[in-house]
Write a protein of this length. Structure first.
Length: 302
């Protein structure tokens, strides 16, 4: 019996016409209220948008630089190898198998001492003498930050005479990468704090200017979201406008980084600029709308 009633209700509900025109009017009214709120704010709009644009430029520049530095670090990891010199009489194939079992080791190449000696004689004018060079293994590591771990593991092998790699260069690239990533995170935190603070004061001014109007709407039984929505949209528009301005100087940073990639012949990361711009717009709109929402809850009991 209950199931048949539910089916009847569903059928009736489907045949009830939706008043799309009324919904469009509400949307138009909310949009109009949003722009009226921006108009009431006056010159303060310019201060908010330029401040947000400045923060977004800093964030976008560091974030885009971090992507490029990561690509440089990755490229360095692809060419950076540990040279392992073996003791005389050591079977290089056995040591190769042992090293390949270590974590983070991608590949191990054997360079026979005869090959090394032949190459050295071509480069330098050497007298006739016995080959003093040892067999060498070139160990390729997956990432620069894992070189130290692999280096220590290989060093424990008794058949290893000596080892070397560009330690200083690897550490400098790794340190630079960490610094840029840390600064990027700090800029995001500062951006969130400043955005909420600025929008807090702005929304408070708008609420004060519309205090009587909001009170009348509440007494008339207007939905809370009808009051909140224009203010949230106002904050989102501030974020969008700030991000739009930030795109111009960010393109200058992009061109500079692309020239750097060409100079060092390192492939530029694909879609890096698109990723940065997308994240920048998303963060700006979310921070703007989120800041407005928090301020409404603080200053407006709806």
């Amino acid at each position: 019996m209950n199931s048949s009633r539910m089916q009847i209700k569903k059928k009736v509900k489907k045949h009830i016409p939706k008043d799309w025109l009324c919904e469009l009017r509400i949307l138009y009214r909310l949009t109009k209220e949003t722009f009226n709120g921006i108009q009431r704010t006056g010159i303060v709009n310019l201060v908010i948008i330029t401040t947000m644009a400045a923060i977004l430029i800093i964030f976008g520049s560091f974030f885009r630089s971090a992507i490029s530095i990561s690509s440089f670090a990755k490229e360095l990891g692809n060419v950076l190898e540990i040279s392992v010199y073996l003791k005389q009489g050591t079977d290089a194939n056995i040591i190769k198998k042992r090293i390949k079992e270590f974590n983070h080791v991608e590949n191990v190449t054997i360079i026979p001492k005869e090959t090394s000696w032949s190459n050295l004689k071509r480069e330098m004018d050497l007298p006739d003498m016995d080959n003093p060079l040892p067999d060498t293994l070139h160990v390729k590591v997956d990432k620069p930050e894992n070189i130290d771990e692999v280096f220590k593991n290989v060093k424990k092998i008794k058949s290893v005479e000596d080892m070397s790699y560009a330690q200083d260069l690897a550490k400098k690239i790794e340190t630079l990468n960490k610094i840029v990533n840390t600064i990027t995170v700090l800029v995001v935190i500062i951006m969130a704090i400043l955005t909420v603070t600025i929008i807090n004061n702005t929304i408070q001014l708008v609420i004060q200017s519309r205090k009587d109007e909001i009170e009348i709407m509440r007494l008339m039984g207007v939905s809370n979201w009808y009051i909140r929505f224009p203010l949230i949209m106002q904050g989102a528009l501030y974020g969008f406008a700030g991000a739009l301005i930030a795109v111009v100087p960010l393109n200058v940073v992009q061109n500079g980084l692309l020239n750097m990639h060409k100079f060092f012949m390192v492939p530029a990361p694909m879609y890096a600029q698109n990723i940065v711009i997308s994240i920048m717009f998303t963060m700006a709109i979310l921070f703007g709308a989120g800041g407005s929402f928090l301020c409404i809850k603080k200053h407006l009991q709806v």
